[in-house]
Design a protein around this ligand. Structure first.
Ligand code: UGA
Ligand code: MN
Length: 337
């Protein structure tokens, strides 16, 4: 074989090798690339596929909220053993009332073993509150008591002029005592949940295992970002972080404590005192229950977390409505707001 022929067959072999290698790589790349294109250029999934995904997402969300509301609860048996939460809410007729009750319901519906005692400041139960409670999905008791005229706020009064919601909370306490005497109540915790605050789900997890009286910070109150009980390194409440009158026995907002139902039933005379000085309403109940500072159980990470806010709702601007009323053309009163 001449050297030239040998070179020719070497070249042919190399050419053949290149062609085979190139085609293999091209086929391989097309194969891989084809798949990745398929992933990005995929048409939207058929309708039944997306509803399947939606169901999965909803299931995940539901689980998240269940975890959030009561982390440790797994079985029905465990739920039955969970102490109840009896929340007493004073409420009164005003333009924002229904919206306030809706906001509360949206939190309370996530709380297990919850009983809502709603007490209207009115001479009779209103249809608005009655119908709302029937439809809200929560176990409830609907009461009413009108604040004694002597203690009623006049429309021109600043709202601190008189204590608010006191007779209503006391009516809630009296209902609990009666139901307890009639053996209708499961063990649990009593909380005074005003209708203008914002409640997180963590709050109820914290208060549920109150033995006697528990306390925690409240946000947006007392002219501060928050008020809170001061807690020592050994976990005892030693005083109050607040600017306005920290010398009060319990210098905290109504939203900042809960008590065990048994404390109430063992002190059946204990009530909020409507004659209390400004800022002393909370102290009046806790003092009449015989609670002392050393009894207090600090919650919310030794009172370092805010789980409830004294939000208060802005009064709506109704100046056009007022003009219409003056002109004898008020908006349709059959439409409930
Ligand atoms: C603050 C505290 O947050 C209250 O817990 C405390 O009772 C009150 O001060 C006080 O020192 O008397 P504040 O936000 O100023 O409360 O009062 P509101 O929220 O206007 O009233 C407290 C509760 O009573 C609410 O649930 C409200 O709906 C109800 N309320 C108010 C009535 O039932 N009748 C009224 O005429 C006014
Ligand atoms: Mn309030």
């Amino acid at each position: 074989m001449s050297p030239r022929r040998g070179m020719l067959s070497n070249t042919k072999f190399l050419l053949f090798f290149y062609i085979v290698a190139f085609s293999t790589v091209t086929v391989w790349i097309t194969y891989l690339y084809g798949f990745s294109c398929e992933a990005t250029d995929k048409p939207p999934p058929p309708a039944e596929h997306s509803s399947f995904l939606e169901v999965q997402m909803l299931k995940a969300k539901l689980k998240h909220y269940e975890d959030l509301s009561e982390k440790s609860i797994q079985s029905k048996g465990e739920v039955n053993n969970l102490p109840f939460i009896y929340a007493i809410t004073p409420t009164f007729t005003r333009p924002v009332q229904k919206a306030e009750l809706v906001r509360l319901t949206l939190a309370f519906l996530h709380v297990k073993n919850f009983h809502w005692i709603v007490v209207e400041d009115s001479t009779e139960k209103t249809d608005l509150v009655g119908n709302f409670l029937q439809d809200c999905g929560l176990p409830f008791t609907h009461l009413h008591v009108k604040t004694n005229e002597q203690f009623q706020l006049k429309s021109t009064d600043p709202n601190w002029k008189q204590p608010r919601g006191v007779d209503q909370r006391n009516a809630g306490i009296e209902w609990l005592l009666k139901a307890h005497r009639e053996e209708k109540l499961k063990p649990g915790v009593v909380y005074f949940a005003d209708d203008d605050n914002t409640y997180s789900l963590q709050l109820f997890r914290e208060m549920r295992h109150t033995r006697k009286a528990s306390v925690w910070p409240v946000g947006l109150v007392g002219g501060l970002r928050f008020e809170r009980p001061i807690v020592s390194s050994s976990g005892k409440v030693t005083g109050w972080y607040t600017v306005w009158d920290p010398s009060r026995p319990f210098a905290m907002d109504m939203a900042g404590f809960a008590i065990n139902l048994s404390l109430l039933t063992s002190h059946p005379e204990a009530r909020f005192d409507i004659r209390s000085r400004r800022g002393y309403v909370e102290s009046s109940l806790l003092t009449s229950l015989g609670v002392t500072l050393s009894d207090l159980e600090p919650k919310a990470d030794n009172c370092s977390k805010v789980y409830v806010w004294h939000t208060r709702t802005e009064k709506p601007n109704w100046k056009q409505e007022v003009k219409l009323i003056a002109a004898g053309r008020p908006s349709d009163p059959r439409i409930e707001v």
